[in-house]
Design a protein around this ligand. Structure first.
Ligand SMILES: [Zn+2]
Length: 253
């Protein structure tokens, strides 16, 4: 537990652990291009100097599948980069991680399992986050495909007592409209941004949105072999939250 809070990014740590355990290297489409070890974007389009620095009262806990940890398109690590109190666990149907149970019962946190309300009995569902509580909100996000997420939800008895935070359709559509996203489903980073916003962590929410946009651009430009363009609107938005070497006046170098 203590070790976990020292780690700047729980997702990166999980990935490193899994990498050491695995006997054969994970190969995915385009995995031959050298990738930055930290952000996993192709070297020429590395995102590392664009990592935002913001404070947030909320914490996040990502429940991931083994496969998801290694996907270059995974957005869970973006959340873990933005929210300093971040935790990540690999889900297993047969084994329960003691550290996860300890986190769920830690009195400083009020865990919320983020899941669509229509799949849960109404009594457990909430659409708001209690921000006046002395307990800090801890958002548990199932960072997996929808099929896997439903399985995790059904087969994890330690989640049965938790309140379910269900994002209202009007919130979701307003968010989609504002960001003019074309995809029908929000990715994990976008869901986390909405949760942070509900919890009053608007700075972290905005930083995460901009970070996700910048990541998407770097990721796609790298895949399409386009040169890196760091002058987009998203970069400008994100720049507010970053301390970039080029922006420091009178740097010592
Ligand atoms: Zn990088």
């Amino acid at each position: 537990m203590t070790q976990m809070t020292f780690s700047p990014n729980a997702v990166a740590r999980l990935r490193d652990e899994r990498e050491e355990e695995s006997t054969k290297p994970y190969l995915s489409r385009g995995s031959r291009a050298p990738r930055c070890h930290t952000c996993r974007v192709i070297d020429s389009h590395c995102l590392c100097s664009w990592r935002p620095k913001v404070n947030s009262r909320s914490g996040v806990c990502l429940i991931m599948t083994k496969k998801e940890v290694f996907k270059p398109s995974n957005t869970g690590w973006l959340i873990a980069d933005v929210v300093s109190d971040n935790f990540a666990f690999i889900w297993s149907r047969t084994e329960t991680d003691e550290a996860l149970l300890a986190l769920l019962s830690d009195p400083q946190w009020q865990p919320y399992l983020v899941f669509p309300g229509e799949y849960v009995e109404a009594g457990r569902v909430t659409h708001t986050v209690d921000i006046d509580s002395s307990k800090r909100p801890l958002f548990i996000l199932l960072d997996a495909t929808w099929t896997e997420a439903r399985k995790i939800f059904r087969k994890s008895p330690y989640f049965d007592a938790l309140p379910i935070l269900s994002l209202l359709p009007e919130k979701l559509s307003r968010y989609r409209l504002r960001r003019s996203t074309r995809s029908e489903h929000l990715c994990t980073a976008e869901v986390a941004s909405l949760c942070l916003d509900l919890a009053g962590d608007s700075q972290a929410s905005n930083a995460l949105d901009a970070y996700f946009d910048v990541f998407s651009q770097h990721y796609l430009d790298a895949r399409n072999q386009l040169p890196m363009n760091e002058s987009s609107v998203a970069h400008q938005e994100l720049g507010v939250f970053c301390k970039r070497p080029s922006q420091e006046s009178g740097s010592i170098d």
